[in-house]
Write a new protein. Sequence first.
Length: 386
Amino acid sequence: MHKDITKRFPEHILAQFPPAPRGPWADVPDKDWENWHWHLQRRIKDVEGMEQVINLSDDELNAAEATKNLFDIGIPPYYAALMDRNDPGCPIRLQATPRMAELTPEEWEMEDPLAEERDMPVQGVTHRYPDRVLFYITQNCAMFCRHCTRKRKVADPSTAANDEQIDAGIEYIASNPKIRDIVVSGGDPMTWSDNKLEKLLSRLRAIPHVEILRVGTRTPVTLPLRITEDVAKMLAQFHPIYVNTHFNHPKECTREAFIACQRLADHGIPIGNQMVLLKGVNDDPATVMRLNHLLLMMRVKPYYIFQCDLNQGNAHLRTTVDKGLEIMEKLRGWTSGLAIPYYVIDAPGGGGKVPILPNYVVSREPGKTTIRNFKGTIHVYPEPHE
């Protein structure tokens, strides 16, 4: 099946997506390595596990113990093998391993920076925008990302949505005809079994006023082996359905990730990428442009660049807004519009997503607007007189 997917692509495209290394798992049989359950069952959760794959820095070693009551370590072998063994600044390691800086939150950081709990009419359903809701169904993820905006819930089994909570969420959606768009999220819904997820999506699709289903998942990045042909076929039963994912760095664009995204796209499922702007990971224009070019070859649309949320312990990963604007300036005009996402701040306190744009308007006067282009040259656009 892999060959059937890749044979349609020219070699110069495929060459840009190297197979992921297996690191210390090189001798694991293919039947195990390609089984996503195997990876979930063998997630790295402690110092001993990390030491199999990387030479821990003192900071990582100390943080593994100091942060264990704040946010669990959870790294599947697939993603762990992408980490640079000797470089603590590796962009994969920065997303996966704890740092002591997580213990010194800034005074403005919040446990629930987007006020999701405040806007929950029933447990697990955030209803902020008039026509759409976020449906939280699980606390589990293939990997526990250190920059996670839901650290208050993710990795905490006590926040898992039980059957009664799921029923109440579906009842709320069914009783509100203005809701036309549902984002199924968590945690990561793709950590559910195919059958369990299919039953949920069937119930949501049966609601007459629900038009759009979206699944938020990072498994195409952290565990692309989860995106089997079977699960792609299952999702395709519920069109129109979209997948939003979360590639942050070109190193994550492996052959396995490429194949996972082709499976979804081949079944007519559009994929959007929501990159989080992270210091030391992707806070330079060249990295973001390269990532977005790779994503387009994977048939993934760069959708958002998110300014890192103000959740507690993420200050060391947060950049300035000026950095995000610099990246946008170096994208617009220098590459195709397909490769240019929206740069947004999810406003603290539940204000919603606010687009942040470089200012290309030099002046506005009666009858004309003066603008600058991506090269900085000035142009005048005549306007009709009112």
